[in-house]
Design a protein. Structure first.
Length: 341
């Protein structure tokens, strides 16, 4: 009788352990699924916050230079930036659109020409056959699509980011004060200080990115004009905009420039590749160190790891916002762990 009860207890204990293990595993899967979805939403919120910080950064310049009220300064910031955007579209928008359309029409045929040139040699033909036969092209495309996919579709994402930015511009204190109110009484002062420091570091990151984009865009345009390459405006704008994505952006910007150069010959393509590389070296050796003195210094290896991890987790937005996310994490670790020791 005692042995029978013991067996029943062991069986009940085993079943209980199995149910506990299944429950924990299910909860972990649900948590990871929700985390991935919420993480994508948090990235859109961060993008909207960065846009709002840009307008408030410009407003800060008006406050310091003209001693106007903060509300007046932010209104001037929005109006002037919209006028600058409208003026740019008015004066060079048609030229950019024409050259961009030409670029879009030229690139597919250029890629086919490059494939034909590679396939004309014995070694190149074997490489293309192996690449197509192994299915690496399909795998590469799927990885790239996953890496640069968006949360809800690019148009929906941009719409959400724009709405969030508008709300943050109109009444930022509502959201920052709301976050502080959620904290315990003893942590409110610390939380407000951390939010302020995160805002400062994001402003510095924005300044660095805007300067870097302008630096790369202008130098690329000058270099392409000297070489005599058509479609200078879209190529230089692409180079400038993609500079916001460290490590991967310059490589992506290099591709259309080199492909257009191949239309004029292999030598021209090599010169363009060297020019892009030289511009990146100048930025890495000269402008980047000067900017890093004014902002948090993040290890390049840490940025690459963050881009890969966040990119696989959240697609395009994870790659784009990897650096500010890492900066935020560093501040949180410093304030909540290192400084408390």
């Amino acid at each position: 009788m005692t042995e029978s009860n013991t067996n029943q207890n062991n069986e009940f204990s085993f079943r209980k352990k199995v149910w506990i293990a299944v429950s924990i595993t299910s909860l972990m899967v649900i948590f990871l699924f929700l985390f991935q979805i919420l993480f994508s939403v948090l990235l859109l919120i961060l993008a909207g916050a960065l846009i709002a910080l840009y307008f408030y950064g410009v407003a800060g310049i008006f406050e310091r230079k003209f001693h106007c009220a903060s509300r007046t300064a932010i209104i001037l910031s929005v109006i002037i930036n919209l006028l600058l955007l409208a003026g740019t579209i008015w004066f060079i928008g048609a030229r950019i659109q024409a050259q961009t359309s030409e670029l879009a029409q030229t690139l597919p045929s250029t890629i086919e020409q490059v494939k034909e040139q590679i396939g004309s040699t014995a070694l190149g033909s074997q490489l293309l056959q192996q690449f197509n036969a192994s299915g690496d092209s399909t795998k590469t495309l799927s990885i790239v699509k996953r890496f640069f996919s968006s949360s809800f579709g690019i148009l929906s994402d941009l719409y959400i980011v724009a709405l969030i930015a508008i709300f943050f511009i109109v009444s930022p204190k509502v959201y920052t004060n709301g976050m502080v109110k959620l904290l315990p009484v003893k942590a409110k002062e610390k939380g407000a200080d951390i939010i302020h420091k995160i805002g400062d570091i994001l402003k510095k990151w924005l300044k660095a990115q805007l300067f870097g984009m302008l630096f790369i865009g202008v130098l690329t345009a000058i270099g392409l004009v000297i070489i005599g390459i058509p479609m200078v405006l879209p190529l230089s704008i692409i180079a400038g905009l993609l500079n916001v994505i460290p490590n991967f952006g310059p490589l992506i910007a290099l591709v259309p420039g080199v492909l257009i150069g191949l239309l004029q010959g292999t030598t021209t393509a090599i010169i363009i590749a060297c020019m892009y590389t030289f511009i990146q070296i100048i930025q890495t050796a000269v402008s980047q160190p000067l900017l890093q003195k004014k902002m948090i210094n993040i290890s390049p290896a840490l940025v690459i790891i963050g881009q890969v991890a966040f990119g696989l987790l959240a697609g395009f937005w994870g790659v784009l916002l990897a650096t500010p996310l890492i900066a935020i994490l560093i501040i949180l670790i410093q304030e909540l762990y290192i400084n408390e020791q």
